[in-house]
Ligand binder design. Structure first.
Ligand code: HEM
Length: 442
């Protein structure tokens, strides 16, 4: 369209529009979206160039400004020296050996969910797996990284985050002013933001009242001192980072799990193979960190699920100075769109791209593929800090729950991917819980 360009199409159907454009026009596709111009990248080399090789020439795009209205200027949204400082403060909490020590808390949370499913399984009543996984991953972040609970905000946080996610997700593609008009919708957004803020302040106040020596992520954030000034993080900045971790840690991991349950319910072959692997390796006991090395198929299932339904379905950068991409000039100020949803289903990179085939992630097949054909956690310096944490949590959760339950999508339910900030199931994920067997250990 003359002035709006691709804006109306993207507003209507972001993932479909990007996917079709990549299929029809090739590796580097010019996009005009209202006043912004940029390229959609589907070539793994070009993606590596932007995210890794020439990452210094790129900042997160202005679309992240919308995210800043909730997350502030924190680890996910900040740039340059400030970002690096925050990343260095948080990084030790995500070292492999520290994460391995969190396995027990992760399986404990999964066992708790298993207990919650006992009654619906007996009654044949569906559970909303989307809600269940949000609850589970939130409790893991709170227990392992932030060491607290949400007090009076616990019951309102899921709904608040859906409202925020929808408001920001939809406003990515709006003209700016429209999403701050004092409409009922905007007021709902403000109320939801207040719930998130209350929850985060509760977590911080709790810790201040009861300082512990757990040395978890929250205590690292609270005790960090600026090398030059010796000052600690301001209250505002602390709130920003705790909000970032609470949301980034809960939402995406939960969606990875929900989409995996959905895919398993649609494919008896994969489900049976997974059940067999888990039953043989674990023999009915709770999984431990060391079991993960023997649960190779489980890892492939998780990888394949995030290929088809990448929770972070798209992200973008803005060029700080002119650059060249696959033979095209990318002028300063233009955007580069990286859309894992389209990339992960591109027929030039994947055989039968829409099919659920975990065997694609056999090590020898991964070795044949371009590393940047599969980027559910992003790549380069801004790669997800929580990737190992998230992978371990998804695997331990599935290993615990698959032993006991088999989930079936509620007959007649329409599953519709909803690309907001994250890729959610638009109408939830109601599933019938069938009990496979009682496990003495859980
Ligand atoms: C399956 C689960 C997850 C997925 C798919 C995911 C995906 C991503 C992606 C794609 C990015 C990069 C965004 C960009 O380049 O613009 C990112 C960054 C980030 N993620 Fe995750 N994430 C997951 C889990 C987690 C967890 C568990 C945490 C924390 C506990 C976390 C915290 C963060 C943070 C703080 C950043 C910003 C890092 C930086 O810029 O230095 N994520 N994530």
């Amino acid at each position: 369209m003359p002035i709006l360009g691709m804006l109306p199409a993207i507003r209507r159907d972001p993932i479909g529009t990007f996917k079709r454009a990549a299929l029809r026009f090739g590796d580097v596709v010019y996009f005009k979206i209202a006043s912004r111009r940029g390229f959609l990248l589907s070539n793994p080399d070009a993606i590596r160039h932007v995210l890794q090789d020439n990452a210094r020439n790129y900042h997160k795009s202005p679309l992240y400004d919308k995210l800043r209205t909730v997350l502030g200027n924190g680890l996910l949204t900040s740039e340059d020296e400030f970002w690096l400082r925050q990343r260095r403060i948080a990084q030790p909490a995500f070292h492999r050996h520290r994460i391995a020590a969190l396995a027990g808390a992760m399986t404990e949370a999964a066992a708790d969910t298993a207990g919650r499913w006992d009654a619906p399984a007996s009654a044949g009543r569906p559970v909303d797996v989307d809600e269940e996984m949000m609850r589970l991953t939130r409790s893991v972040v709170l227990n392992t990284l932030l060491g607290g609970d949400l007090g009076p905000f616990a019951s309102r946080i899921d709904q608040a985050w859906v409202v925020v996610n929808q408001h920001i997700g939809e406003s990515f593609w709006s003209l700016g002013f429209a999403d701050t008009l004092p409409t009922p919708k905007y007021r709902r957004f403000q109320a939801a933001r207040a719930v998130l803020r209350g929850a985060v302040e509760h977590v911080i106040a709790q810790r201040r009242r009861n300082p512990t020596d757990t040395n978890d992520l929250l205590s690292m954030l609270m005790s960090a001192r600026d090398e030059e000034t010796g000052e600690s993080m301001s209250d505002d900045q602390l709130r920003v980072e705790v909000t970032t971790f609470l949301l980034a840690g809960q939402e995406t991991t939960s969606l990875a799990l929900t989409w995996t349950w959905y895919l398993l319910s649609q494919d008896a072959r994969v489900r049976q193979r997974l059940e067999t692997e888990i039953d043989v390796v674990l023999e009915g006991r709770r999984p431990e960190y060391s079991d993960l090395a023997n649960l190779a198929y489980l890892r492939m299932v998780v990888d394949e699920s995030m290929r088809l339904y990448p929770p972070a379905w798209g992200f973008s950068r803005q060029a700080l100075s002119d650059d060249e991409l696959g033979g095209f000039r990318l002028p300063k100020g233009w955007l580069a769109f990286v859309i894992p949803y389209a990339l992960h289903r591109h027929p030039a990179l994947w055989d039968d791209p829409d099919a659920f085939v975990p065997e694609r992630f056999l090590p020898e097949r991964v070795a044949e593929r371009h590393k940047f054909a599969y980027i559910p956690f992003g790549a380069g310096p801004r790669q997800c800090i929580g990737n190992h944490f998230a992978l371990m949590e998804t695997q331990l959760t599935l290993a615990t729950l698959v032993q006991q339950y088999r989930l079936h999508l509620l007959p007649g339910h329409t599953v519709n991917p909803w690309p907001l900030i994250t890729l959610r199931p638009r109408f939830g994920m109601p599933m019938i819980v069938e009990r496979r067997r009682h496990s003495a250990s859980t």
